[in-house]
Design a protein around this ligand. Sequence first.
Ligand SMILES: Cc1cc2nc3c(=O)[nH]c(=O)nc-3n(C[C@H](O)[C@H](O)[C@H](O)COP(=O)(O)OP(=O)(O)OC[C@H]3O[C@@H](n4cnc5c(N)ncnc54)[C@H](O)[C@@H]3O)c2cc1C
Length: 395
Amino acid sequence: MKPAMAYDVVIVGAGAAGMMCAIAAGRRGRRVLVLDHARAPGEKIRISGGGRCNFTNIDAGPKNYLSENPAFCISALKRYSPRDFLALVQRHGIAWHEKTLGQLFCDGSARQIVEMLLAEMRDAGAELRLGVEATAIERDADGFRLEVAGARLACRALVIASGGRSIPKMGASGFGYQLAERFGLRLVPTRPGLVPFTLDTASLERLAPLAGVALDCVASHGRTRFREAMLFTHRGLSGPAMLQISSYWREGEEIVVDMAPETDMFAALKGARSAHGRQSLATALATALPRRLAQAIGEAEAGTRNLADLSDAVLRRVGEAVNRWTLRPQGTEGYRTAEVTLGGVDTRDLDSRTLQALEVPGLYFIGEVVDVTGWLGGYNFQWAWASGWCAGQAC
Ligand SMILES: Cc1cc2nc3c(=O)[nH]c(=O)nc-3n(C[C@H](O)[C@H](O)[C@H](O)COP(=O)(O)OP(=O)(O)OC[C@H]3O[C@@H](n4cnc5c(N)ncnc54)[C@H](O)[C@@H]3O)c2cc1C
């Protein structure tokens, strides 16, 4: 029986990667359908970057990505670079600024990026269907057959851009992983990334008074270090430094936090004891730490004693606690709040230039569903744009 509609390319997922792929393929004259089970396209773009969308990072390179194969992303990032996406943003007259560390944000709203992609898709002739799923997917000699809302479709190329598992209430599903397995591709186990840490009850009770305190820190896991802000919360630790390091952390492991990266706290406390022996420990700590944190550490370690009453051993312990706070998070907030999903479709089974499955011609995986995960700071969208564009050149 003939299918009702024939397309060159069907793309599952109208997120960052899927829309970019549709634009690239449409501009090459392909007949493209993008479908999404959500009611609106690009929902994660809309909420990203605190509503301003950190749409790329001008310095994005392989060092900014986690993957079993760190070199896999190089080809796509070179072929469609942060400057290519920035040029698109500028062509659409969207005002932007560099915040810090090469991170580019919209001056106005993230919705401008969604609107830009939709306008480009329309211009490229790509069709968008929302609130539908692809079912009964089968491969045949000409490509793929599938059903969408009861109608049979055929396509030469099928592109999976269904994203990761994070934030299920925004449409995240395991669809891409299941399909990959069905067609014989390997998977790297998935886990939440860029996610706040939770702490055990005893630590939480001790740290509860600090909820809301933020500070500059260096967070480390092994040899990986990030210097960014950390935030104490009612449930644990958050802020960019914690989100970054969470992507490297595994259950049961320790992280180390330097809460005063500019100060050797033991040396500073010894100096303060010589110069102002009657000062309290909290006051001395407050020269390098937020006052509430200095107060909490000072009271816990010295009670009512002043600096002159404290031995070198005590000052060294306090210095260590500040410069090398070593902790074992209980867990993370999980996919409910994670910004990304680590792991995914194993890059050994994909062509790094086209994102096509090596053993399944016509089947492509792009964006977050692939085992390529960026740091916080615009790197994840850049991977979505780059991998989407590359597949769009090939499908
Ligand atoms: C709160 C938050 C803020 C973020 N901020 C930034 C940021 O500022 N900068 C940055 O670089 N990255 C940011 N990220 C990460 C970034 O949003 C993702 O890495 C990126 O959206 C991945 O793009 P994607 O197209 O692969 O997947 P997604 O954008 O997740 O799109 C996947 C699409 O597939 C659809 N879908 C899923 N399953 C099915 C199915 N079975 N059938 C049909 N459709 C399906 C979904 O509804 C969704 O529309 C943020 C993430 C979150 C959660």
